[in-house]
Design a protein. Structure first.
Length: 309
């Protein structure tokens, strides 16, 4: 048997294994949703009635049908997610989310839509849909791939269109109402950087270069990867000192009235639409296990605390 035939057989077997894992994962997500949704819906209703309605912020990355990486979402799944969110929640901007977090009460459960990285393929269907329907969206862009026209490091070798956005595309999106945010210069793990100058370049330098090229103010910064281990208290302080309106993580957790509005918590929902549908309806048991990242009480607008406590 030739090496080519062996490789083909192995690739087919690997694909079947991945497909089986994906189907089992989707089945588990659907079982969880059906089993817990009534309880979670009641809990959300109680939170709204008490003025403690949650604000969830979701993260998409790449909307395409070629499934070249784990952070791609099929177009049909994205459209289904957005329609479901429209039917069940108020879709708001990050600025409105911050306004409600700074208030003493919020009686309406809401969702913010965000994207990370900045893929060209998002301009084909996903972003035009949001623009057409006037759905608020903040689009976080990694500067270096955009300026150099090179693939993201985590996509090198992947098949399919993983090309980053161009500056012209970002200008068009900004003019159409999509808010552009900064997502670092190189998509590095900022949690591992201790040099203040390097952090400033990744956060402020990237922001300033994008602002100058696009011609619009960039108000928000989103950490690459965004889990607790990828965050950095010094980076929060640098962003605040540089005039950012807010910083976003991506380890999960909801946002409530009284929370620090400078730090907005998010969660990635790439993949089947059941992921978005599951996460935006709060599960109080799971949510209590998510610790809100404390970057220093002395500079926080509100009192950092354990989410759901």
């Amino acid at each position: 048997m030739s090496n080519h035939v062996v490789a083909t057989v192995l690739n087919q077997a690997a694909f079947k294994e991945i497909l089986a894992m994906t189907l089992w994962r989707q089945l588990a997500l659907n079982i969880y949703r059906r089993a817990t949704l009534p309880y979670r819906t009641r809990h959300t209703r109680q939170l709204c009635q008490s003025g403690h309605a949650p604000i969830s912020v979701v993260v998409f990355h790449r909307i395409a049908d070629d499934d070249v990486n784990d952070w791609s979402t099929p177009t049909a799944a994205f459209i289904d997610s957005i329609h479901w969110l429209q039917d069940n929640f108020e879709l708001i901007s990050l600025a409105e989310a911050q306004r409600r977090m700074a208030m003493n009460a919020n009686h309406r459960a809401a969702v913010c839509i965000t994207f990370d990285d900045g893929y060209e393929v998002n301009c084909e269907r996903a972003l035009p849909m949001l623009i057409e329907q006037h759905i608020p969206c903040t689009y976080f862009v990694t500067a270096q791939p955009v300026f150099e026209g090179r693939h993201f490091a985590h996509d090198r070798g992947a098949r399919g269109n993983t090309q980053p956005n161009t500056i012209d595309e970002l200008r068009h999106l900004a003019r159409a109402g999509i808010e552009i945010g900064a997502h670092s210069r190189t998509h590095s793990d900022l949690g591992q950087i201790t040099d203040a100058n390097m952090l400033k370049d990744e956060i402020v330098g990237a922001r300033d270069d994008l602002q100058s090229a696009i011609g619009t103010r960039i108000r928000y910064f989103a950490f690459p990867f965004g889990r607790h281990k990828n965050l950095n208290a010094a980076a929060f302080h640098i962003a605040r000192s540089a005039g950012f309106d807010g910083v976003l993580s991506a380890y999960g957790g909801f946002n409530f009235p009284g929370d620090d509005p400078f730090h907005i918590q998010r969660r990635g929902v790439d993949g089947p639409s059941v992921r978005a549908k599951n996460w935006v309806v709060i599960d109080p048991v799971r949510n209590r296990r998510i610790l809100r990242f404390d970057y220093g009480r002395s500079s926080a607008i509100g009192r950092p605390r354990t989410v759901g406590a």
